[in-house]
Design a protein. Structure first.
Length: 612
């Protein structure tokens, strides 16, 4: 193991020792109870299994067959989740073949950030994560299950399901992905049309045609944003069937992998190789996930989400841990927005398996962790295939896992640890008199890693867009967008700012973004110091910035400062939100229902948690 990886892991372990021990005591207490149908009253049992077929009732009650919960994020609003419509019947069929029973224990909400991007609905997006976690708990609190299958892919859904599952840490859990959509219009071509539209060079019809060609079918969006970063991290944590992440929803292999998820779940129940999720997800597994994120230049959203995930398992991590790991982690992939390839090209070049194998062999990952696969983490460095063997002249519907080639299938997309794209990971921590923030450096040209320019303060992203359209931003500047944190308005993504800022950068201006809000998981080539913490509404120093102040964003040194005389800075008051702004953020499209979350949410660096 690399010394830095070991040091950070040990630091996390010591920091978390008390809360982790308390968490494991609760897990063990739940494990040591009699099984659900045996400890519950007869009326409880009757209600629980009333709708099951008679044979399944007999199996689960009299024969004490393993009983699997399915928690699903199915809806057909999300392209990535539409394939889940058919999964429960596949899972039931496979379970019955194996002598087990299944119930869909509950559904969780799943919103599409692509639909709500730049609209009021996006202000519910971050809080939907904890709503999903609570919905997962509602489903599993029926408490009659021996294992759980969790069906979800996209941005807040996987972290929410994982947080919820970790609060039922006594259950073995397997995540079941659905896969990416097929390649459509390239991400670079899509971005170009967006920039042309921002400049008024093409109209709405041309833009809609391009967007529809990019987002055109079932599966996740094909860029390496939060949804696909989720899948990479679950592979690195050993919570998938190995290699399941990026197989197309309609590929023959997808159903085989879904059936294998049932077999995997049954293989880690108490009667076999017991692997409850609360024991499986330890500090080493959390570090493996962090390293996988950094090695692939994944979504900045996970510097919030995985803090919350870790906390759900009694583990405490922070952005300094991410930063220290980043310095010791090679960047092994370039997938849009870090490069031109999409996730299908990433998969074809070697995908998660290639990256995980290289990280284990290079001493960047803990290879000795528990996983849902009996092959341990090494199994996640292989790729699944349908077996070519036949039995009685009938194709054998089993899977085999094959070793990947030593070299990348395309070294413009994936590289070995010996020849990385960079010696350090794709995300960096910035600190200074404006607070603590993060930046995705892997997508930013090196000549833009340092930007020093006057600030222009905006209270909303709409103000910035209006200034761009009016031609007021044709100069060097750093956009400071305030009151975008979780307490102010739910911390929406500000992805609509990407195109105008990219246009200005393309004209040769030095531009950057500094905000207490989020960017999309697809945040790209414009340097963006995001998640500035504490947020302005929590008296964060970003609220002292005034238009004209010179700001220096230095991703090389890891600093973010307003270059203002210290005496002047100390006398500055905060920019306050007007009653009208607060009222706007509190009402409409259901936002009033999330008022309690806005009032009680922790900082971005603390995971924007609402349940503590």
């Amino acid at each position: 193991m690399k010394a830095a990886i070991t040091e950070v892991t040990e630091r996390i372990r010591k920091r978390s020792a008390v809360q982790r021990a308390a968490y494991l005591r609760r897990v063990d207490a739940a494990i040591n109870r009699p099984r659900g149908a045996d400890r519950m009253g007869c009326a409880n049992v009757a209600h629980a299994f009333a709708a099951l077929p008679a044979n399944d009732k007999f199996r689960v009650v009299a024969e004490r067959a393993p009983h699997i919960a399915v928690v699903t994020a199915y809806n057909d609003m999300l392209s990535a989740h539409q394939p889940y419509e058919t999964f429960p019947n596949i899972i039931r069929d496979e379970a019955r073949k194996l002598g087990a029973t299944v119930q869909v224990a509950g559904g969780v909400p799943a919103m599409c950030d692509g639909v709500t991007q730049g609209l009021p609905g996006m202000e519910l997006s971050l809080f939907s994560r904890d709503t999903i976690a609570m919905s997962t708990a509602v489903a599993l609190t029926h408490d009659v299950f021996d294992a759980a299958l969790l069906l979800g892919v996209c941005d807040k859904i996987v972290p929410g399901l994982l947080i919820g599952a970790l609060h039922f840490g006594h259950l073995p859990c397997v995540f079941v992905p659905a896969g990416p959509m097929s390649t459509g219009l390239s991400n670079n071509a899509k971005a170009k049309v967006r920039e042309q539209f921002a400049q008024g060079l093409v109209g709405r019809d041309e833009l809609l045609q391009a967007e529809s060609a990019a987002y055109h079918g079932a599966g996740t969006c094909t860029f390496y944003g939060t949804a696909n970063s989720n899948q990479m991290l679950l592979e690195a944590m050993g919570l998938h069937v190995p290699g399941a992440a990026f197989i197309h929803p309609h590929a023959d292999l997808r159903e085989a992998l879904t059936r294998e998820a049932v077999r995997t779940a049954l293989g880690i129940t108490q009667k076999a190789r017991f692997a409850p999720i609360g024991r499986l997800v330890d500090e080493r597994v959390i570090v493996n996930a962090m390293v996988a994120l950094l090695a692939t230049g994944g979504s900045t959203n996970h510097l919030i989400h995985w803090v919350a995930v870790a906390r759900a398992a009694g583990i405490s991590i922070d952005w300094t841990d991410f930063s220290d790991l980043s310095h010791a982690t090679p960047l092994l992939s370039r997938v849009y927005p870090n490069g031109s390839a999409d996730v299908n090209q990433f998969q074809d070049a070697g995908g998660p398996g290639f990256v995980i194998r290289e990280l284990i062999d290079n001493g960047n990952m803990h290879g000795d962790v528990m996983t849902v696969s009996s092959g341990g983490l090494a199994a996640y460095g292989t790729v699944p295939e349908r077996s070519n063997d036949t039995l009685n002249d009938t194709p054998n519907d089993t899977l085999v896992w094959k070793t990947l080639p030593a070299q990348s299938g395309d070294d413009t997309v994936v590289r070995t640890a010996a020849q990385p794209f960079s010696d350090h990971g794709g995300l960096s921590l910035l600190t200074g008199n404006l607070g603590r923030s993060v930046i995705k450096v892997s997508a930013v040209p090196e000549d833009r890693h340092i930007v020093e320019a006057p600030a222009i303060v905006f209270h909303t992203q709409e103000e910035l867009l209006a200034a761009f359209k009016a031609g007021e931003l044709e100069r060097d500047f750093i956009a400071v967008v305030v009151h975008q944190g979780p307490r102010a308005c739910g911390m929406p993504e500000l992805h609509k700012l990407t195109s105008p800022l990219a246009v200005l950068q393309g004209k040769g201006y030095k531009v950057a973004l500094v905000t207490d809000g989020r960017m999309s998981g697809a945040s790209g080539k414009v340097p963006s110091a995001i998640h500035v913490s504490p947020e302005v509404l929590a008296d964060g120093p970003l609220g002292k910035v005034r238009t004209g102040d010179v700001i220096r964003l230095d991703a090389v040194a890891g600093t973010l400062d307003a270059l203002v005389d210290a005496a002047v800075w100390s006398r500055r008051s905060q920019i306050s939100m007007t009653p009208e702004q607060l009222d706007t953020n509190a009402h409409g499209l259901g936002r009033e229902l999330f008022g309690g979350m806005r009032r009680h949410v922790l900082t971005a660096e603390e995971g924007a948690i609402t349940w503590l």
